[in-house]
Design a protein around this ligand. Structure first.
Ligand code: PLP
Length: 450
C-alpha cells in the first residue's frame, strides 16, 4: 500500500468503482489515466497505451477531437441546459432525432433520448409494456433476451442482461425477463452440427420458449446484432433471419440493442444492416457522442411509435423521461460526432481496417493457447484454451482474460478480459499500421501467459 500514490490512496478511500473487485482494487491500486490523443491514452506516470477498447467500446473519433470540444463549448455558451418535457424543445435535440431517423433510411420514425444505454433499455421495456397496454393486450409483457447478452445494469435492464455477475447478489432477474441460449457456435454447437443447423436450432429453442410461455404473454425479443460484453459473439449468418421469422410469427417485437454496434463498429452504419435485422425498436449510445458526454437514444419504428403516441394522448401524458433527456450539449456533440464519422468515412475505415484486424488476429489461430478468434469489422475477441482439440477452457475459473488484461498494460496496451477471452474494439479512426502495432503488443503479451 505504501507504494501507492496520494491520488491512488484517495481513490481507494472514497471512490467505489463500477465493475471492480474492491478487495483487489485496494491491493493493486487504480491506474490514473490523465489524457488522451488519437487512439492513445496516457497515465499519470507518463506511460502511453493503445486504447484497444476505445474506452468502453465507445470512442469512435479518438481521444482528443477538437471539433467535439468546440461543439460542446459553443452549445454551453448558447444554452447549457434545457429540458424537453411538456412541449419544450431545442434545436440540437430536434436535429439529432431527425438525423438518427435519416441514418436508418426512414426505417425508424422517432427518437427518445436518455443518458445511458441502461436507461435506454429500461425505457424500451416500459415502452414495450405501454405499447401492449395501448393495444389492450395486458398479458403480453414478457421479454426474451439471450444468455451472455448485455443490456445494462438498471433493475430491469440488468434482468435482460444474461450474465451471472449482473444477477448475483442483486435478487435478479425480474420474472418477466426470460433467456435463451447464446448463439456461440464454438461453445454451444453440437457434434456434427453445421452453423446453419445451429442457427435453426437456436430459432427452434426460441419458438419452444414462446410456446411454453404462451405467445399471448411474450412481447419482445432483444439482442445485440453482435454480442459485445458477453465476449464478442458473432452469430451464424442465418441466425437473425430465423430468429426474426419466429418473432413475426408470434407478433413479438424485435429490439436491436446497437449500443456497441451502432455508428460503424461492424463496418456498416448499424449492425442491423449487416445482418438484415429489421427492428421495431433500436437502441443507440456510446459511439453516438464517442462517449465524450453521456447520451443514448431509443429509436421507434412507426408501429410502436404510433401506438404509443395515440395511447399517451388518451391517457393525458407519457409519464416517462429524464431531467436531461436530449440534453442540448450532449445532442450538439452527437451531431458533430456523426458529422465527423461521415466526413472521415469512419464506417468504411472500420470495414477496411477491420479486415486487417480480423486477419492479423486469425493469423494467431495456430498459437497453442488460441482456441477461437472471432469478430467482424473493428470488434474482435481471442479465446484462450488449455487444450485446442478438446476446447478445454484455459482457466477453470475463467480468469485468463483478466490476467491478460493486466499483463497487456506492461506492453502499452489496453484490452478487455472477458472470462478466457480477450476483446478488441479500438477507436474507428485506427489505421492499418496502428492495428498491426496493437496486435503485435498482444502477441508480446501472450508470450508471458502460462
Ligand atoms: N447495451 C449494450 C449492448 C451495451 O454494451 C451496454 C454497455 O456496455 C449497455 C446496453 C448499457 O449501457 P450503459 O453502460 O451506458 O448503461
Amino acid at each position: 500500500m505504501s507504494t501507492l500514490s496520494a491520488i491512488q490512496n484517495r481513490d481507494i478511500d472514497h471512490h467505489l468503482h463500477p465493475y471492480t473487485n474492491a478487495v483487489k482494487h485496494r491491493q493493486i491500486g487504480p491506474r490514473v489515466i490523465e489524457r488522451g490523443e488519437g487512439i492513445y491514452v496516457y497515465d499519470d506516470q507518463g506511460r502511453k497505451y493503445i486504447e484497444g477498447m476505445a474506452g468502453l467500446w465507445s470512442v469512435a473519433v479518438g481521444f482528443n477531437e477538437r471539433r467535439l470540444m468546440d461543439a460542446a463549448a459553443r452549445q454551453m455558451e448558447k444554452l447549457p441546459y434545457y429540458h424537453t418535457f411538456t412541449h419544450k424543445t431545442h434545436t440540437p435535440s430536434v436535429e439529432l432525432a431527425e438525423k438518427l431517423v435519416q441514418l436508418t433510411q426512414g426505417r425508424m420514425r422517432a427518437a427518445f433520448f436518455t443518458n445511458s444505454g441502461s436507461e435506454a433499455n429500461d425505457t424500451v421495456i416500459k415502452m414495450v409494456w405501454y405499447y401492449n397496454n395501448a393495444l389492450g393486450r395486458s398479458q403480453k409483457k414478457k421479454i426474451i433476451a439471450r444468455n451472455r447478452g448485455y443490456h445494462g445494469v438498471t433493475v430491469a435492464a440488468a434482468s435482460l442482461t444474461g450474465l451471472a455477475p449482473n444477477h448475483r447478489g442483486f435478487d435478479l432477474p425480474l420474472p418477466q425477463m426470460k433467456h435463451v441460449a447464446c448463439p456461440h457456435f464454438y461453445r454451444e454447437g453440437k457434434e456434427g452440427e453445421t452453423q446453419q443447423d445451429f442457427a435453426t436450432r437456436m430459432a427452434e429453442e426460441l419458438e419452444t420458449l414462446i410456446l411454453n410461455e404462451g405467445p399471448d404473454t411474450v412481447a419482445a425479443f432483444i439482442g445485440e446484432p453482435v454480442m459485445g460484453a458477453g465476449g464478442v459473439i458473432v452469430p451464424p449468418e442465418t441466425y437473425w433471419d430465423k430468429i426474426q421469422a419466429v418473432c413475426r410469427k408470434y407478433d413479438v417485437l424485435v429490439i436491436a440493442d446497437e449500443v456497441i454496434t451502432g455508428f460503424g463498429r461492424l463496418g456498416t452504419m448499424f449492425g442491423s444492416q449487416k445482418f438484415g435485422i429489421e427492428p421495431d425498436i433500436m437502441v443507440l449510445s456510446k459511439q453516438i457522442t464517442s462517449s465524450y458526454l453521456p447520451l443514448a437514444a431509443v429509436l421507434l419504428g412507426d408501429k410502436v411509435h404510433s401506438a404509443i403516441t395515440r395511447y399517451s394522448g388518451e391517457l393525458g401524458t407519457f409519464g416517462h423521461g429524464y431531467t436531461t433527456s436530449g440534453h442540448p450539449v450532449a445532442t450538439a456533440v452527437a451531431l458533430e460526432n456523426i458529422r465527423i464519422i461521415e466526413e472521415k468515412n469512419l464506417v468504411e475505415n472500420a470495414a477496411r481496417v477491420g479486415e486487417v484486424l480480423q486477419s492479423s488476429l486469425r493469423a494467431l489461430s495456430d498459437h497453442p493457447l488460441v482456441g477461437e478468434v472471432r469478430g467482424t469489422g473493428l470488434i474482435a475477441a481471442v479465446e484462450l484454451v488449455a487444450d485446442k482439440a478438446g476446447r478445454v477452457p484455459f482457466d477453470p475459473l475463467g480468469k485468463a482474460g483478466a490476467a491478460v488484461y493486466e499483463a497487456a498494460h506492461e506492453h502499452g496496451l489496453i484490452v478487455r478480459g472477458i472470462q478466457d477471452s480477450i476483446a478488441f474494439c479500438p477507436p474507428l479512426i485506427i489505421t492499418e499500421a496502428e492495428v498491426k502495432d496493437m496486435v503485435g503488443r498482444f502477441v508480446d503479451t501472450l508470450e508471458n501467459v502460462k
